[in-house]
Design a protein around this ligand. Structure first.
Ligand SMILES: Nc1ncnc2c1ncn2[C@@H]1O[C@H](COP(=O)(O)OP(=O)(O)O)[C@@H](O)[C@H]1O
Ligand SMILES: [Mg+2]
Length: 208
């Protein structure tokens, strides 16, 4: 009998700590919505689970650190993956040295560019969805992700992080520019066009 411990329970998913072939693993189980028609809910859960696992696997192929996928149960909406026993970037971000924070942000930007080079949109880039382990930032939670090559999608993806840093780490809001430095270094396409898009999204928000 494998033991299980609930690590996290959110509105969309529950994360349980378990074992997979003697290795510490987590199971991310999507929570059923009783207010939705069952057939629709089942189909949505299956589609999101499949898409999330696919994006995680693809991100890994392109050199972005993500948990190893051990198993997927599409019908049950469960992804079993490597347990990343590290620190959430959210919890350590403010206590780094300024130089450490700059390095970390550049590293984050490079990883995002690697995703965007292959049209992988994460969908929820926040410091809660990054785990620092072995000096590498691992991206988790591709639950809102998609494949999309449009400038708009890439701009929005980065803008979410800009807002997340501004709200969760407000003293260090300026660090987003280091994210962009890393992004520019690693992006194959013209990063200036994406930066322009972000500025446009910021303006749009202001006049809404
Ligand atoms: N592979 C993992 N290793 C370690 N912790 C994880 C892992 N996956 C998720 N977690 C923890 O569970 C939390 C919620 O998981 P997440 O995939 O972000 O779900 P949600 O979509 O509900 O935000 C994360 O913030 C993290 O603390
Ligand atoms: Mg999350």
């Amino acid at each position: 009998m494998t033991s299980r411990r609930v690590l996290y329970r959110g509105a969309e998913a529950e994360i349980q700590l378990t074992n997979h072939m003697e290795r510490p693993a987590v199971q991310k189980k999507r929570i059923k919505k009783t207010y939705r028609i069952k057939q629709i809910d089942d189909r949505l859960i299956a589609a999101r689970t499949k898409e999330e696992a696919k994006l995680i696997a693809e991100a890994r192929m392109h050199g972005v650190s993500v948990p190893i996928i051990y198993d997927i149960d599409i019908e049950q909406g469960i992804i079993t993956m490597e347990y990343l026993n590290g620190k959430r970037v959210k919890d350590i971000f403010n206590s780094l040295t300024q130089e450490g924070r700059r390095k970390l942000c550049e590293h984050i930007g490079e990883s995002i560019a690697r995703l965007h080079n292959h049209d992988i949109i994460h969908g929820d880039i926040t410091t809660s969805n990054m785990i620092l382990l072995d000096d590498r930032v691992h991206f988790i939670d591709f639950g809102l992700g998609e494949k999309n090559g449009e400038l708009e999608a890439k701009g929005v993806d980065l803008h979410v992080l800009m807002e997340a840093i501004a709200s969760t780490h407000s003293r260090y809001a300026g660090c987003f520019s280091y994210v962009l430095d890393g992004y520019k270094n690693e992006l194959h396409d013209d990063a200036a066009a994406v930066v322009k898009k972000i500025e446009e999204i910021v303006k749009r928000g202001r006049y809404r």
